[in-house]
Ligand binder design. Structure first.
Ligand SMILES: CC(C)(COP(=O)(O)OP(=O)(O)OC[C@H]1O[C@@H](n2cnc3c(N)ncnc32)[C@H](O)[C@@H]1OP(=O)(O)O)[C@@H](O)C(=O)NCCC(=O)NCCS
Length: 245
């Protein structure tokens, strides 16, 4: 038995049992807060009756015109809760939101070409390879000879807005493209300045526990750039609730 609920900022204090896994990426705090503030309706957690986190999915909606789509940024389930249908449940959730709320044409995701279990799972759920992206993962220089890059499959599944299945192709595994850039600010793990980290943690606590108002934030110029997340976080302190998209 598990419940599906929204991913909360304080879940970052509880997901070590899930993230300590070679196939699961761990990002900086700002990365998660960016998702929770911009796409709160597409990021969810599976929780056990004990309150222990079992797994989560992070997603977003992006693109323009016929490329408008839902994207699976991360999906992972703790070892002890695998093969219970949790990933299937979370993928169904993300697809439903992408289809009915965001009206996307398709859902896509990136997966390491070596992650056979995940690739088989996605194919079983109706995804197919759209293209192979060279050296999408890695570049930390920690592998043999300083090389640790790995290719990714970009996989897609058409939604109801694409009845003619124009968003997919049958020969995707043969379509190989170079990585444009790994410096998409939403996927970069920033090293946070201590002051900015402090502000972010205070905001987490305030959001979670509805504490009394915080002292004013330090001016942004006192923090070292880049801190795009601070701009989006400031919206949380306004009386209006942030809206998705
Ligand atoms: C991939 C992952 C998310 C699957 O989570 P899960 O909750 O165990 O998956 P489900 O129980 O919902 O399984 C759905 C289907 O996927 C397939 N599948 C999942 N795990 C499998 C495994 N170990 N071996 C074979 N098939 C598997 C099965 O077809 C399964 O359906 P079935 O149980 O009815 O046969 C999980 O193994 C995981 O967290 N892996 C590490 C992180 C990761 O690789 N994420 C994907 C990155 S893109």
């Amino acid at each position: 038995m598990s419940i599906t609920r929204s991913f909360k900022a304080s879940d970052m204090f509880k997901f070590n049992n899930i993230n300590l896994d070679i196939w699961t990426e761990t990002y900086g705090i700002g990365f998660y807060l960016n998702y929770l503030s911009r796409w709160p309706d597409i990021c969810c957690v599976q929780e056990a009756p004990s309150g222990r986190m079992m797994g989560y999915v992070l997603g977003k909606a992006e693109g323009q015109g016929p490329e408008w789509h839902g994207h699976v940024t991360a999906i992972t389930v703790a070892h002890e809760y695998r093969r219970l249908g949790l990933a299937r449940k979370m993928m169904n959730f993300l697809e439903l939101v992408s289809d009915e709320i965001y009206k996307g044409f398709f859902v896509d995701l990136y997966v390491r070409c070596a992650n056979k279990i995940a690739i088989d799972m996605y194919e079983g759920m109706g995804y197919s390879v759209y293209r192979r992206v060279r050296e999408y993962y890695g570049s930390l220089g920690v592998g043999k000879g300083g090389r640790d890059e790995e290719d990714a499959f970009d996989m897609r599944k058409p939604l109801s807005r694409d009845p003619n299945r124009r968003s997919i192709r049958s020969n995707g595994r043969d379509m190989i493209m170079a990585t444009k850039s790994r410096s998409d600010p939403s996927t970069v793990c920033f090293t946070l300045h201590a002051a900015a980290m402090h502000v972010q943690l205070r905001l987490i606590l305030q959001l979670e526990h509805d504490l009394s108002p915080m002292p004013p934030l330090p001016p942004l110029h006192t923090c070292r750039p880049p801190f795009p997340i601070l701009h989006s976080l400031e919206h949380h302190t306004s009386p209006q609730r942030p809206h998705a998209g």
